[in-house]
Design a protein. Structure first.
Length: 438
């Protein structure tokens, strides 16, 4: 019998197919090994770039580069968009994501290089894309670079994308755990009222709090279905406006601990600026269809005082919402008597008291046009001085004196009597805060 020829693998293009398949299997095995190690995306793309003689890029969903190997600094996305041509890059990516399979970008297989896109999946979500660009066999003269068929490159790229998904998923878990830990630290600081405890100091310093620098708490609240969107906008704006602020989103508000500027200045002023900037950011995003307001607490210089400043910011926020409406920044230091008025559960009770005391003046103003309430407010503001009140109102002092006499006649109050004067002053404060003199 004639001797059997030695067993060899089928050959294509002068290359042993069995050897190439073994190389593919080995490459996939090395990639799988990376998935079980504490590896990073850079390790995955480096292995793929070396094994497939390819340029490799991992893009996130916004098409920002997360990792690259074997490619230069050229704009990968622009090059990929050019290669996609009339098909359109978004169409190619959508097809890869929809089918959860790697695909060759149309028009590249015969154009001197082949570009493959594979979706990087984390659970049920597509978190990015793995892109490989390799020379086509017909365009390659050096051994190794052109050995893999298109199907083999698709297989290896898809397997590498799966490993990238494992790595990204692990990073997301770590990030989420770190976020939860940070949230718990912030919650502990906000609730640890007047506790002078070394552990609280460590919590605060872990978050970046610098004892003695001076901070003010800011509470920014919103209501409605769009609150999560608003809070995302607020948190991003706060981080942009004051990068060293400590910012956290809670269930019904965003809280920021705003430090005094390094160059000097008041933390209250810095907190007001941040709060106003955050409200402006939400106005641009939502058109103020979603109500938003902010409160600023008094300064704190130690971790034990953070809770007090936050509580004040929260009270100021509620004051702004109840008394001044939305879209406003209210500082606790400016509340004055409203700190007590806030304890009244129903705003209608406050308005009822004010109208009981000075309601007759409101009616008289409506009928006669005389500015009794403005006169009374200026009179109280300037310690019952007709002359200084007249300067503010731009009228003659005798006019103020006349109006005060008429106010006493209309209301039945005697402003020389401390109790009557106190009732009238509180009533005017309520009406000023409520913004209504119906």
């Amino acid at each position: 019998m004639p001797a059997r020829p030695p067993a060899t693998g089928r050959r294509f293009g002068g290359v042993d197919e069995a050897a190439v398949l073994r190389r593919v299997v080995s490459m996939c095995g090395h990639l799988s090994a990376l998935a079980s190690q504490n590896t990073e995306l850079a390790d995955v793309v480096a292995l793929l770039a070396d094994g497939a003689a390819a340029g490799v890029v991992v893009l996130d969903r916004r098409l920002d580069v997360l990792a690259r190997a074997g490619v230069g600094d050229r704009d990968v996305v622009s090059a990929l968009r050019d290669q996609a041509g009339v098909t359109g890059l978004r169409t190619v990516l959508a097809a890869a994501a929809r089918n959860r399979r790697a695909l060759t970008v149309p028009g590249t297989a015969g154009a001197g290089s082949a570009t493959i896109v594979a979706p990087v999946s984390v659970g049920e979500d597509v978190s990015g894309y793995l892109v490989t660009t390799t020379p086509c066999p017909s365009a390659v003269s050096s051994p190794g670079a052109g050995e893999l068929t298109e199907d083999m490159r698709l297989l290896v790229t898809e397997h590498a994308a799966m490993v990238c998904g494992v790595v990204l998923g692990r990073e997301l878990v770590v990030t989420a755990a770190a976020g939860r830990a940070r949230q718990e630290l912030v919650e502990g600081l906000l609730l640890a009222r007047d506790r002078d405890d070394p552990e609280i100091d460590r919590w605060a310093q872990h978050l970046g709090f610098e004892p003695g620098r001076g901070y003010c708490a800011v509470a920014i609240g919103s209501a409605g279905d769009r609150a999560p969107v608003v809070f995302g906008t607020v948190e991003a704006a706060a981080a942009r406006l004051v990068p060293d602020a400590i910012v956290a989103t809670r269930s019904d508000e965003v809280v920021a601990l705003v430090p005094a500027p390094q160059a000097g200045g008041s933390p209250v002023d810095a907190a007001r600026v941040l709060a106003a900037g955050c409200l402006a950011a939400t106005a641009g995003r939502t058109g103020m269809r979603t109500p938003v307001a902010a409160g600023v607490g008094n300064p704190c210089r130690s971790a034990a005082e953070i809770s007090r400043s936050y509580t004040e910011a929260r009270h100021a926020l509620l004051a702004g919402e109840r008394l001044g409406g939305t879209g406003s920044v209210t500082a606790f230091a400016d509340l004055g008597i409203h700190r007590l008025l806030l304890r009244v559960p129903d705003v209608a009770d406050l308005r009822g008291f004010a109208e009981e005391v000075v309601g007759a003046l409101i009616a008289e103003e409506r009928n006669g046009g005389m500015e009794y309430l403005a006169t009374l407010s200026a009179y109280f503001e300037h310690n019952n001085s007709p002359r200084r009140a007249a300067e503010k109102l731009h009228v003659h002092p005798n006019t103020v004196s006349y109006r005060i006499r008429r106010i006493e006649e209309i209301t039945g109050l005697s402003l020389d009597v401390r109790r009557d004067r106190l009732m009238a002053e509180v009533a005017v404060e309520i009406l000023d805060a409520l913004g209504g003199r119906r």
